[in-house]
Ligand binder design. Structure first.
Ligand SMILES: C[S@@+](CC[C@H](N)C(=O)[O-])C[C@H]1O[C@@H](n2cnc3c(N)ncnc32)[C@H](O)[C@@H]1O
Length: 264
């Protein structure tokens, strides 16, 4: 059966799934960054950096309206900010788990400062504005964004098609979408990685985090997530153009890219 959205254990419907996901991320927020870096041996930094670099052209435009949806503790936002010029429009960094978002603000909000230039002119360092919001119901106008990026958040949405439709609604014609997500590589690498992902990772997660559920949920949610060909078909079906997937690190992760067509 094709995947429709995240299904945390014990969640009978989409509303319950979203609530379970939010509570889970709120509960692991204090340990999230540490665990992320330990479990990925810091490769996650490379993935955020590569994804941000892919959108350099649009990020370099000071007036570009950019949303990092499911921003969590803000590392993708920080990678995007590196491509923003001084005095540019702030990035919108949105998440529905307040404990995750408040940690993010400490990183990307701290960038909101003026620096004095030698000539006495004041310039604003690039920064992001936090937004507590559900990806499936964005409090944003139709056709208002040039770029939406989501890193490791899309897989957790309760309804993937609804998420894609909502992103399309708020993108301007020609606006771009980037979804960075895990996938399951094939071959020998895939077998070795599956062992790590399904056995070792939950055990380390349990020790550092002191909880069993979230790091059992991670491999399960990746296993239930549509493979690249299926997600690309879902994107095309939702109305996107130029849909593509670029594998990262043997296909352990990858970047989906697409655009809202300029002509409806
Ligand atoms: C695995 S974390 C990723 C955080 C960050 N982007 C990163 O790369 O580290 C997934 C995030 O997605 C958020 N999320 C999941 N479903 C969401 C939804 N429907 N609306 C907003 N945020 C959501 C969670 O609260 C969590 O902070």
């Amino acid at each position: 059966m094709p995947a429709t959205g995240a299904k945390p254990p014990g969640a009978p419907d989409e509303a319950a799934a979203a609530q379970a996901v939010r509570q889970m991320f709120d509960s692991i927020a204090p340990r999230y960054d540490l665990l992320n870096h330990v479990l990925s041996a810091n490769v996650d930094r490379l993935w955020w950096w590569r994804a941000a670099r892919r959108f350099h052209q649009v990020l370099a435009r000071p007036d570009a309206a950019v949303l990092d949806i499911c921003c969590g503790t803000g590392d993708m936002t920080m990678a995007l900010l590196k491509h923003r010029p001084e005095d540019s429009r702030p990035i919108l960094a949105a998440d529905f788990a307040r404990a995750m978002l408040s940690r993010g603000v400490r990183k990307f909000g701290a960038q909101a400062r003026c620096i004095e230039c030698p000539a006495g002119r004041k310039t604003q360092m690039p920064y992001a504005t936090p937004l507590e919001a559900d990806a499936l119901h964005l409090p944003l106008r139709d056709a208002s964004l040039d770029l939406i990026v989501s890193a490791f958040g899309f897989r957790n949405l309760a309804n993937y098609e609804a998420g894609l439709r909502e992103f399309l609604r708020v993108l301007k014609p020609g606006g771009q979408l980037g979804i960075l997500e895990f996938s399951e590589p094939g071959g020998f690498i895939g077998k070795a990685y599956a062992l790590y992902f399904r056995r070792v990772l939950p055990a380390i997660g349990r020790v550092i985090c002191g909880k069993q559920g979230p790091y059992n949920y991670l491999p399960t949610s990746v296993g239930n997530f549509p493979p690249p060909a299926e997600l690309l078909a879902l994107m095309r079906g939702a109305g996107y153009a130029n849909c593509a997937w670029q594998p990262y690190t043997f296909g352990i992760a990858g970047l989906y890219t697409a655009a809202r067509p300029t002509v409806p």
